[in-house]
Design a protein around this ligand. Structure first.
Ligand SMILES: [Ca+2]
Ligand SMILES: [Ca+2]
Ligand SMILES: [Ca+2]
Length: 142
C-alpha cells in the first residue's frame, strides 16, 4: 500500500486499540473505563467515587470531613455526578435501590444536583441499567 494509506491504517488501528472493551460473563461488552462518577460536593469536588455496575449502600463508604462534620460516610452526600458510560443509571434516595428514583441518561452529568433535582445530599444507592430508557423513573436527568 502507498505510504499515505499505510498511515491512515496505522491511525485507525491506534484509535481502535484506544477503545478496548472488556467482555463480561453475560455477553455484554463494557468499555474498560465505563463508570458512574459521584462526588460529595458541587463541581466534582472534593471526594469522589466511581462505580462500574452498582452500589446498594453508600453509607458504608468512608469519607472525610468534606462530607460534613456530622457524617463520616458518603451516604446522603452526593452533590455532583458524571455518567461516563453508554448506559442509563438509576440513583435512589434509599439504600437497596428503593425510594425516589433518578434516571441518568447515558453520558449525562450535573455539576450541581441542587439546580435540577430534589435529590442533592439524598442518594443512597445506584445501579447501572441498559442502553434504553428504563421504567420506574421519578425524574429523568443528565
Ligand atoms: Ca457502598
Ligand atoms: Ca453534598
Ligand atoms: Ca438517602
Amino acid at each position: 500500500m502507498k505510504l499515505k494509506n499505510a498511515l491512515v491504517a496505522l491511525s485507525v488501528a491506534a484509535a481502535t486499540s484506544a477503545t478496548a472493551v472488556v467482555a463480561l460473563p453475560g455477553g455484554a461488552a463494557v468499555a474498560a473505563s465505563s463508570h458512574l462518577k459521584v462526588c460529595a460536593s458541587d463541581n466534582y469536588t472534593p471526594t469522589c467515587y466511581t462505580r462500574t455496575s452498582y452500589d446498594g449502600n453508600w453509607h458504608n463508604d468512608p469519607c472525610d470531613l468534606s462530607c460534613g462534620v456530622y457524617d463520616s460516610t458518603f451516604g446522603d452526600d452526593i452533590s455532583s455526578y458524571k455518567n461516563n458510560s453508554p448506559y442509563w443509571w438509576k440513583m435512589y434516595h434509599d439504600k437497596s435501590y428503593k425510594g425516589y428514583t433518578l434516571c441518568v441518561r447515558p453520558w449525562g452529568y450535573d455539576a450541581n444536583m441542587g439546580d435540577s433535582t430534589p435529590s442533592e445530599d439524598d442518594i443512597s444507592s445506584v445501579k447501572r441499567q441498559g442502553t434504553s430508557q428504563p421504567t420506574g423513573c421519578d425524574k429523568v436527568v443528565g
